[in-house]
Design a protein around this ligand. Structure first.
Ligand SMILES: Nc1ncnc2c1ncn2[C@@H]1O[C@H](COP(=O)(O)OP(=O)(O)O)[C@@H](O)[C@H]1O
Ligand SMILES: [Mg+2]
Length: 257
């Protein structure tokens, strides 16, 4: 479903590339975490995946659509068409929720389906109710974002991303604006989406969410994936110093210092 090969990306003027040959692949329906400290290149990697960021070399395919990097710029219209195809397949969820505060939860969920997908209001609302149930917020349709907890807001944002029926959902630090006690409900929500068959990637520096939600963890360190596998092996028996650093002092070399 997602295939990334030898992805290289350097920002203009930077001495070093931010992504230095990143490769990984995911099956349809996978729930993966890309774990890395601040500055590791996680957001850049996500932006490359959705065609928001040009890259220097390598190959990315998402749901059969090749994401075009700078080195293979085709004509303007071909690129626009590829981007359009990609956007209809991939949803994004951010740390800051970005809900419309003046719209009710239900209106937040029906806006894009009605405006972008051309669904009738009734159909969009029926679907929104199903999605709200899926994220455990069946009773919140008429609430306004300001009256929800952070965890509830993030679950509305997830439902809203799902409303346009993407095949892939990418999350950038979905729990970093949340109290630790609320992170658990996000992990549960992600796992709850498994039966839908959607492919999910959570990009985060937050070890607990990766441990609780993901089936496979990739550790990104200074532009390279240094370790990968199920959380039980990567996070409980880290082989790499970068992974130990993420896990905290007790797990690093000579821990307890
Ligand atoms: N638009 C940009 N222009 C130049 N440098 C950038 C830009 N965006 C990010 N960077 C740099 O690239 C590195 C990785 O950033 P980022 O992908 O945001 O990492 P992460 O999401 O893991 O914190 C950082 O050193 C950052 O300063
Ligand atoms: Mg980031």
């Amino acid at each position: 479903m997602i295939e990334v090969r030898d992805l290289e990306k350097r920002y203009e003027g930077a001495k070093e590339p931010v992504l230095k040959g990143v490769s990984f692949s995911l099956e349809t329906g996978a729930l993966a975490a890309i774990l890395g400290s601040s500055g590791a290149g996680k957001t850049t990697l996500l932006r490359c995946l959705v065609g928001l960021e040009a890259f220097d070399s390598g190959k990315i395919t998402v749901d059969g659509v090749e994401v075009l990097g700078q080195d293979r710029l085709p004509g303007k219209s071909a690129r626009a068409e590829a981007l359009r195809q990609l956007r209809s397949r991939v949803g994004l969820v951010f740390q800051s929720f970005e809900l419309f505060p003046h719209l009710s939860v239900l209106e937040n969920l029906t806006l894009a389906p009605v405006l972008v997908k051309g669904l009738s209001r009734n159909v969009a609302e029926d679907r929104a109710h199903v999605l709200l149930k899926q994220v455990g917020l069946a009773e919140k349709g008429s609430a306004y974002p300001d009256h929800l907890s952070g965890g509830q807001k993030q679950r509305v944002a997830i439902a809203r991303a799902l409303a346009v029926e993407p095949r892939v959902l990418l999350y950038d630090e979905p729990t970093s604006a949340l109290d630790p006690s609320l992170k658990h409900e996000i992990a549960e929500t992600l796992r709850g989406l498994k039966p839908t068959g959607i492919t999910q990637i959570v990009v985060t520096h937050d070890v607990p969410i990766a441990r609780e939600a993901a089936e496979i963890v990739f550790v990104l360190d200074r532009g390279r994936i240094v370790e990968s596998g199920p959380p039980s092996s990567v996070l409980d028996n880290p082989r790499e110093e970068a992974t130990r650093r993420l896990l905290g002092p007790s797990k690093s070399n000579g821990g307890g210092a």
